[in-house]
Design a protein around this ligand. Structure first.
Ligand code: ZN
Length: 296
């Protein structure tokens, strides 16, 4: 008898609701546009209600865009908090779904979900220390340290760290909070704003990639210095459409580390093993972890 685990991957433009078993096989899948919170959450519930009527699911995982309140001791635990996305600020998410379905509910960031999916079924199998980076409309980092995600004062996000600028660089960057943080230099909208046109139309030799590679390599160096991941996986639309960047980021990272640390000789910076399934399988992996189903 295969287990029935439900998952919600809530992204900024679309939400993927899946039913899957413990092997990561997706048995049902619905995609909902992410519009206003009232209509979107109701649409998520309609899908889950239908599946629930076919037979109770054992657990529910939610992996969402943020920032999120991930502090279980907080009264607003499970909410989307200070997001710049219109209408979604202070939206209860996990608490609302947990009240509707009497099962364990796992809640984490979309990228932490993807990191756990990669650890369970993808390129990070068997690793207790792993980083998953997405470079798309933003830069997000899922980080597993000693087999767990990081917590603390809030939804920490390495994509917003500040990095040194390339010599002579003066462009102000594109992050609404920080200007030239990593996301402000390397995310898809930043690339388009800096280059003056969609990044997909640029050649591999365009100088904007030097800025992208440099920012992501510096962020990777910080991740290595702080948490010692055994692999760093790079996904998201910007990387998926230009996979040549992965080798460039790795070369720059190795140069930045120098002789200080010995990195694994191969397969250290890689594409996700699950490809585009890392996202939708994220909440399933989170739910299985919550149930105590050990990743093998
Ligand atoms: Zn920022």
């Amino acid at each position: 008898m295969m287990r029935r685990i439900a998952g919600v991957e809530l992204g900024g433009t679309k939400c993927i609701v899946v039913m899957a078993d413990e092997t990561g096989q997706i048995t049902a899948r619905e995609t909902i546009p992410t519009l206003d919170p009232v209509g979107t959450v109701a649409a998520i519930e309609a899908v889950l209600d239908g599946w629930w009527q076919e037979g109770a699911f054992e657990a529910l995982g939610i992996a969402s865009f943020g920032p999120l309140d991930l502090d279980r001791a907080s009264p607003s635990y499970g909410n989307i908090t200070s997001t710049a996305k219109a209408g979604w600020r202070d939206t209860p998410l996990a608490s609302r779904l947990a009240a509707r379905y009497p099962v364990p509910v796992a809640f984490d960031t979309d990228v932490n979900g993807a990191a756990f999916a990669e650890r369970r079924w993808g390129a990070g199998q068997g690793l207790d220390d792993l980083a998953y980076v997405t470079v798309g409309t933003g830069v997000g980092v899922g980080l597993i340290v000693n087999g767990r995600t990081t917590r603390g004062i809030g939804h920490c996000e390495a994509g917003h760290m500040r990095v040194a600028r390339l010599p002579g660089a003066t462009w102000k960057g594109h992050c609404p909070f920080h200007g030239d943080c990593v996301e402000g230099l390397a995310a898809g909208p930043a690339i388009a704003a800096c280059a003056g046109r969609d990044g997909a139309t640029l050649s591999d030799e365009d100088p904007v990639w030097e800025q992208v590679v440099d920012a992501l390599a510096q962020m990777s160096q910080a991740l290595v210095s702080i948490a010692g991941p055994r692999k760093i996986l790079f996904g998201g639309g910007v990387i998926a459409s230009r996979p040549v960047l992965i080798a460039r980021i790795e070369a720059q990272l190795r140069a930045l580390i120098g002789d200080y640390l010995t990195l694994p000789a191969e397969d250290f910076v890689m594409a996700p093993g699950l490809g585009s399934l890392a996202g939708p399988l994220g909440p399933i992996a989170l739910a299985l972890d919550l149930l105590g189903d050990t990743a093998t």
